[in-house]
Design a protein around this ligand. Structure first.
Ligand code: GLN
Length: 495
């Protein structure tokens, strides 16, 4: 029998519905992989094998009773530990939330359970989703299942902040996982680990019950091994939610049914400002491959200009910390998780001690930057200016989409780097987000699909950016690349 953990979401769904295997068998197989990899990869903060089995048993019972099964019936998934899960510890990978068991379920996770998915566990991430390498988690680094082909044994970053999600999907610990993307946290880890991931248009997925980082940017989305699985997951995760004031009140299209890799009549824009000086040769080559593949799929390729691209990174690193400093004010030692109350201390001391002990260094850095750019004397110089620049960046895309339907660019400037390689210098780490933050600032749907391996044998991703609400265009261009890239590499099991 095939290894159940090699199956895609679509294959599991069909196999369970058709009786080729039971949901309980699938959950058992993934539970075993999760347990076997935990020590080496540290992809999960908490494993919940009993939850996966419980959901599976209910699907198997429904099937036996002849009931109509949900869209994800029998599919066990990993849940980024930024989504509140009722009664199950939710930490955002921070000490300050350790022990916090929400009284409620996030809207996105509830939709997944309602569709028949089961939870394998809560996935590790960068603390409060701040990072690009999963090195800021209080619960330790996630180790990528990939290794360089140089015979060395360097531990590589799975990307961030959804690094537990990317490592788990790539290592076959789950067929799909949730991610969140504020400035690239779905796309960059997907690219680093040879999987696919899509951040939908801002507002498609409810933010209710997702620990907030930067509310005007945060979006949930799926990470999975192929484009079809992303479409299936996203269809379930998306949808209007009255509990999120920025939720889009629009019907969720049938993305899976609409999948087509035929791009005849479509125009693909290649942004000239993304061609950075000294760009990595392998990244440049994969971009060229992507252009050729999309032409082969029938698309016309056009040069476009996004003139404010160079301001995107500084703009993001003002707006995101500003919003974070405000969102994270709620962690005060009273309402959630950790409380540090020194002997004889007053209320202010308790706040200070809790926050000093509870937040990691990167989170403190963002709170300091955010508080600074919002302070009375500097607000106009930084925050107001960044908001204006954000509008210009959005306008660049609006102009570009007058002459093209979808934009193709690399997802990240390099393949996965080794742990520790960039963590000493925050600016170098932030540079990793150079290709992903513009679409975030503009709220556009964007996806990463695997494009091939670099000279070190590591995956590279290509990014597709679409018009607002045009997830279908993004998925279809992703599918056209997927069909031609023929990416079948997977990490050799060493864990
Ligand atoms: N790497 C970016 C940051 O550190 C993006 C993170 C994210 O999208 N959550 O802010």
């Amino acid at each position: 029998m095939t290894d159940l953990t090699d199956l895609t979401v679509a294959e599991i769904r069909t196999g369970v519905a058709g009786g080729s295997f039971t949901a309980t068998e699938v959950a058992g197989a993934f539970n075993a992989n999760v347990a076997a990899a935990q020590q080496a990869l540290n992809a999960f903060i908490v494993a919940t094998p009993e939850k996966a089995l419980e959901a599976a048993a209910s699907v198997d019972a429904d099937r036996a009773a002849g009931k109509v099964l949900g869209k994800l019936a029998g599919v066990p998934i990993g849940m980024k530990d930024l989504f509140c899960t009722k009664g199950v510890q939710t930490t955002a990978a921070s000490h300050i939330l350790e022990g916090f068991k929400p009284e409620y379920e996030s809207s996105v996770s509830q939709r997944l359970w309602d569709a028949g998915a089961g939870m394998l566990g809560k996935l590790n991430l960068d603390q409060f989703a701040m990072g690009s390498s999963n090195e800021t988690s209080y619960f330790g680094n996630v180790i990528s299942p990939w290794k360089r082909n140089d015979g060395g044994n360097a531990a590589l970053a799975p990307g961030g902040s959804s690094g537990g999600s990317s490592a788990a999907v790539a290592a076959r610990l789950c067929p799909a996982a949730t991610g969140t993307d504020t400035g690239g946290s779905i796309r960059q880890p997907a690219a680093f680990t040879g999987i696919s991931g899509i951040k939908p248009t801002y507002g498609r997925c409810s933010r209710w019950g997702i620990v907030a980082f930067a509310s005007s940017l945060d979006q949930a989305g799926p990470m999975a091994r192929d484009v079809r699985d992303c479409a299936i997951m996203l269809e379930v995760m998306a949808g209007f939610d009255a509990k999120d004031s920025t939720s889009l009140d629009m019907a969720v299209p049938a993305w899976e049914a609409g999948l087509s890799g035929d791009l005849k009549g479509k125009k693909v824009g290649i942004p000239r400002e993304y061609r950075l000086d000294g760009m990595d040769d392998d990244v440049a080559k994969s971009w060229e491959d992507g252009i050729a593949w999309l032409k082969d799929a029938g698309a016309e390729v056009v040069d476009i200009s996004l003139p404010h691209t160079k301001y995107a990174l500084p703009c993001y690193y003002i707006i995101a910390p500003a919003e974070a400093s405000s969102n994270l004010a709620r962690y005060d030692g009273v309402r959630y998780g950790l409380r540090d109350l020194p002997d004889g201390a007053g209320l202010q001391d308790m706040y200070a001690a809790t926050r000093a002990a509870g937040f990691g260094a990167e989170v403190k850095r963002r709170i300091l930057i955010g508080t600074y750019v919002l302070s009375a004397g500097f607000y106009d110089a930084y925050y107001t200016q960044a908001q204006k620049v954000r509008t210009l960046i959005s306008r660049d895309f609006t102009e570009a989409f007058k002459v093209c339907d979808v934009i193709l660019a690399p997802t990240a400037p390099s393949a996965a780097f080794a742990l520790g390689e960039k963590s000493a210098d925050p600016l170098e780490m932030y540079l990793n987000d150079v290709f992903s933050v513009p679409a975030s600032l503009a709220g556009l749907p964007a996806m990463s699909v695997p494009a091939g391996l670099n000279r070190e044998g590591l995956p590279l991703g290509l990014q597709l950016i679409g018009r607002p609400f045009d997830e279908q265009g993004v998925l279809n261009a992703g599918l056209a690349i997927e069909a031609r890239a023929g990416f079948s590499a997977r990490p050799e099991r060493w864990w």
